[in-house]
Design a protein around this ligand. Structure first.
Ligand SMILES: [Zn+2]
Length: 87
């Protein structure tokens, strides 16, 4: 798969952000405009590309979206089940 070649630089950026986030002031830091954010600081210092952070946020949003979708499906299934049991 040549998909791997495309994913690699992105993966490194992602890993770097995860590593940097350990130095963030807040453990629930979203790395957007928090004070004491090690990630945005690295961007202003030029050691991290802004693009990497954009990818990170995109991935994160997608993951959140997918997990919320999954919960919804689960909730619907649960409701369907209850309906069946009620009968
Ligand atoms: Zn941060």
């Amino acid at each position: 798969m040549n998909k791997k070649d495309l994913a690699e630089p992105f993966y490194h950026g992602f890993e770097k952000i995860l590593e940097l986030s350990r130095n963030c002031k807040f453990s629930d830091c979203t790395h957007t405009n928090e004070t004491g954010c090690a990630v945005t600081q690295s961007i202003s210092e030029g050691t991290l590309s802004e693009e990497s952070l954009h990818h990170y946020h995109r991935e994160k949003n997608e993951a959140d979206y997918l997990s919320s979708q999954k919960n919804k499906t689960k909730a619907i299934d649960y409701m369907k089940q209850r309906k069946l049991f009620k009968r």
